[in-house]
Design a protein around this ligand. Structure first.
Ligand code: GDP
Ligand code: MN
Length: 381
């Protein structure tokens, strides 16, 4: 989840990271009012989830409220990278001595956070990275120690800071790292981090949160759900609320698999045999009978679902649990829609026995199972 600059800066403030004074506005009048109250020259920046706003003309300077109004009017009329500008951030303009780049991200191969810093930040940072990579300091953080003050001091000194400026920069780095860890950031970045006469300020802010960690950040999770409004169908919204990974399509065969790969392959096999999926649901790994039952009920309740194809590869997901879930769901719904099951792996025999006792057939070949599901959905196919 990508936060906008003004949202990221809210979190920066919570973590004690110094930022210039600023305010988000949506009209030229409010931009003018804020500049009036601030009584200082400002920078006005479009708020969009894309980088390179400066180069795209999305950053303007204004010395007076009249200038701010005019600049805001122009910016609010812009479209950048196909996105319409609806929000602006009006911020006190700071006297920048030098533009620094500072970022914290995750190196997935090393399974470590990495702090990236350069004294040559600003809008050309990509070029610096490509042409003179030695000008970018990389510091890998040992997860057992975290980022200690002496690590941060080392980064600051690598950028050429000594004495008071070193301590200030180092505290900046420590705070940004703390934010990255506590907010579950995939990336947090300040470019430029403004070196001013007596310290540092985050002139820009980027904060991308790992969606899989949103359960730890309820306020953001809710916003993400809200943003799906309109994009997701009603049933997809319901599924999300029940923590099910479910996608609606326009056919008549329900599909349940475990793992994205197998679920997609199941979808393909149905298509190859001339069928059309009504939906697909990925159980993920290690589902309990209750969770599997919930999933089966969810898919069967869709009126368009004429037949259901459950394809499970038993690893940490157990075949007996799968069978129990299917049987319980069918009992509860009292529906007799045809169900085709293909399962193999952990507790396969036990699972098949449970299904057999309940008159649900299993097939060992995915191809044959797909063919049967298509036939049962179409009636005459
Ligand atoms: P980006 O292009 O989307 O990364 O937008 P930024 O917020 O980084 O702004 C682009 C550029 O505008 C920066 O690299 C700075 O050169 C300049 N800029 C932004 N804020 C200020 C400021 O407060 N004072 C000064 N002097 N320049 C600024
Ligand atoms: Mn920037």
């Amino acid at each position: 989840m990508k936060l906008l600059e003004y949202e990221a800066k809210e979190y920066f403030k919570q973590f004690g990271i110094p930022t210039p004074m600023g305010n988000m506005v949506t009209t030229p009048e409010d931009a003018a009012k804020y500049v009036e109250s601030l009584g200082k020259p400002v920078v006005i920046k479009v708020q969009l989830p894309v980088g390179g706003r400066g180069k795209a003309g999305g950053v303007k300077f204004a010395d007076t409220s009249e200038e701010a109004k005019e600049a805001a009017k122009q910016l609010l009329g812009m479209t950048i990278k196909d996105l319409k500008v609806e929000k602006l951030y009006v911020e006190e303009k700071v006297g920048i001595v030098n533009e620094i780049y500072l970022g914290v991200t995750i190196d997935r191969n090393r399974k470590q956070h990495v702090v990236l810093a350069s004294s040559e930040g600003g809008m050309e940072i990509e070029e610096v990275a490509a042409k003179t990579p030695e000008k970018i300091v990389r510091f890998y953080v040992d997860p057992l120690t975290g980022l200690r003050s002496y690590h941060a001091n080392y980064i600051a000194s690598k950028l050429g800071y000594r004495g008071g400026m070193m301590r200030k920069f180092s505290s900046f780095v420590t705070k940004l790292y703390t934010l990255a860890v506590e907010m579950d950031a995939e990336l947090t970045e300040i470019n430029p981090l403004a070196e001013v006469a007596d310290g540092f300020l985050a002139a820009d802010a980027r904060l991308n949160i790992d969606n899989n960690a949103l359960f730890r950040h309820k306020e953001l999770q809710e916003r993400l759900l809200d943003s799906y409004q309109g994009e997701l169908t009603e049933r997809e919204m319901e599924a999300r609320a029940e923590d099910l990974t479910y996608v609606e399509l326009d056919g008549d065969i329900g599909i349940i698999g475990n793992g994205a790969g197998l679920t997609m392959a199941t979808l393909d096999s149905v298509m190859i045999h001339g069928g059309k999926a009504a939906n697909f649901l990925d159980l993920g790994g290690g589902a309990t009978p209750e969770r599997i039952g919930k999933a089966v009920k969810f898919v069967l309740r869709d009126e368009r679902t004429k037949s259901l194809f459950v394809n499970v590869l038993g690893g940490i997901t157990r075949c007996d649990y799968t069978a129990e879930g299917i049987v319980a769901a069918r009992e509860e719904l009292g529906l007799r829609k045809p169900i085709v099951v293909r399962m193999m792996g952990t507790k396969e025999e036990e699972g098949k026995a449970i299904l057999k006792k309940n008159d649900i057939d299993t097939l060992d070949s995915m191809e044959e199972a797909a063919e049967k599901a298509v036939k049962l959905a179409g009636g005459d196919a």
